[in-house]
Design a protein around this ligand. Structure first.
Ligand SMILES: [Ca+2]
Length: 126
């Protein structure tokens, strides 16, 4: 059962990753903290690793236009185990003061109420 679920997730991620040819992220719906792949950073549209999951495939700057559909102003939880430092921004250009910063420690975080559902761009510094 778990093996089948994982295979489905992998398939969904592969398809979506192809759609986002800029290699922004693999995405999947109905997820959990444990769906975050080792060595990836993960962001979810719901609290506690719920909703849709985005896993950026590389370090760098992700502007509003690079986010998968449904993620603009809609990130609520995050887990950083991708090797870099993640900075979330309210604006579309990933500049200025971040809403929040998350270090590479694999900790499950719900965004604070002040930062929740505001991210329009992000930067992963490696
Ligand atoms: Ca915003």
């Amino acid at each position: 059962m778990l093996r089948n679920s994982r295979r489905i997730l992998l398939t969904v991620c592969s398809i979506v990753a192809l759609v986002f040819s800029s290699a922004t992220a693999a995405t999947a719906s109905t997820s959990a903290w444990s769906d975050c792949w080792p060595s990836y950073s993960c962001m979810w549209t719901g609290l506690n690793g719920g909703g849709s999951l985005m896993m950026p495939a590389h370090c760098g700057t992700f502007l509003e236009r690079d986010l998968p559909p449904g993620f603009n102003n809609n990130i609520e939880s995050i887990k950083n185990q991708g090797g870099g430092t993640i900075r979330l921004f309210d604006n579309a250009s990933a500049t200025g003061t971040p809403l929040a910063t998350y270090y590479n420690n694999g900790v499950n975080h719900n965004l604070t109420a002040a930062a929740r559902n505001k991210t329009s761009s992000l930067r992963i510094d490696c």
